[in-house]
Design a protein around this ligand. Structure first.
Ligand code: SAM
Length: 240
C-alpha cells in the first residue's frame, strides 16, 4: 500500500468502515479511470491523487457516518456527475442496490464503464432529468436513501429528490459549510413534498479541513402527484 491509500483506509477504519484489498484496488482503479476520461470530457476539476481520495472519495463516504448504509437495501443518487457520492458508497457497501440519475449522457456512459471495469454489480445508471425519472412508477416512492451532492440549492433540490424516497426513507443532501440559510429557504418545499428535517450533521475534511454539512430529511408520506413539476421548473421556480 502507498501513503494515499493507507491514509484513506485508516481514516475509514477509524469510522468503522474496514476495506479489503479488493475494495482498495477498486478505489485506485476508479481514480485512474476518472483522470483518464477527464482528459476527454469534463468530469472533475480535482485530479491530484491525494485530493481525489479526500475531496471526492472520502467526502462521499462521510454519508455513511450518519446514515446506516450497512443495512440499507437501495440508494438513489440524483445528479451524480462522475459518480459522487454513490460509487464510493457502493464500493464500501457492496450489498447496496444503487440507482444513478444524471441528465448528461456522456457522464452516464462514463459511469457504466466504471461499473463494468470495477465489477460493481447492482448499479443502474439512468440517463434523464430527475423531474422525469422521479415520475416513473419503478423509481417513485421506492428508495430507502436518496442523496445528492453539489447539485442545487435545497428548495429546488428537494423537489428533484424527495419523490424518489419511500415513506420512512431518508433524503440526505450533501452540502458545503453552513446550510442554515438554504434550510430556512427550503422549509416550505420540504413540507409540501412530504419531508421533515431530521437533523443536520457537520464535519470537516481531515486534511484540507473544509467544512461540510449533511442535511438529513425523513420522508413522511408519498409525494403528492403534482410533484415534481415539469423539467426545469423546480430549480428555476423553487417552492418557496
Ligand atoms: N454529484 C456530483 C459531485 O458531487 O461531484 C456532481 C455534481 S455536478 C455539479 C451536478 C450534476 O447534476 C451534473 O452531472 C448534472 O448533469 C446533473 N444534473 C443537474 N440537473 C439535473 C437534473 N434535473 N436531473 C438529473 N441530473 C441533473
Amino acid at each position: 500500500m502507498d501513503k494515499v491509500i493507507d491514509t484513506f483506509a485508516g481514516r475509514l477504519l477509524e469510522r468503522g468502515i474496514p476495506l479489503s484489498p479488493r475494495q482498495l484496488e477498486q478505489f485506485q482503479r476508479y481514480y485512474e479511470l476518472l483522470v483518464d476520461w477527464n482528459e476527454r470530457m469534463n468530469l472533475t476539476g480535482i485530479t491530484e491523487r491525494g485530493a481525489v481520495f479526500e475531496k471526492h472519495f472520502y467526502d462521499s463516504v462521510t454519508l455513511a457516518f450518519y446514515a446506516d448504509l450497512s443495512s440499507a437495501d437501495n440508494l438513489a443518487d440524483i445528479g451524480s456527475g462522475a459518480g459522487f457520492p454513490s460509487l464510493p458508497l457502493k464500493i464500501c457497501f457492496p450489498q447496496l442496490h444503487v440507482t444513478i440519475v444524471d441528465s448528461l449522457a456522456k457522464r452516464i456512459t462514463f459511469l457504466q464503464h466504471v461499473c463494468e471495469d470495477l465489477g460493481l454489480e447492482g448499479v443502474q445508471c439512468v440517463h434523464g432529468r430527475a423531474e422525469d425519472i422521479g415520475r416513473r412508477p419503478e423509481h417513485r416512492d421506492r428508495y430507502g436513501i436518496v442523496t445528492a451532492r453539489a447539485v442545487a440549492r435545497l428548495a429546488g433540490l428537494s423537489e428533484l429528490c424527495l419523490p424518489f424516497a419511500r415513506k420512512g426513507g431518508l433524503f440526505a443532501a450533501m452540502k458545503g459549510a453552513d446550510p442554515q440559510e438554504e434550510l430556512e429557504e427550503a422549509k416550505h418545499a420540504i413540507r409540501e413534498l412530504r419531508g421533515r428535517i431530521d437533523r443536520v450533521e457537520t464535519l470537516r475534511l481531515p486534511e484540507e479541513q473544509s467544512e461540510r454539512a449533511i442535511i438529513l430529511i425523513r420522508k413522511t408520506d408519498a409525494t403528492p402527484k403534482a410533484y415534481p413539476r415539469k423539467a426545469g421548473v423546480p430549480l428555476k421556480q423553487p417552492l418557496l
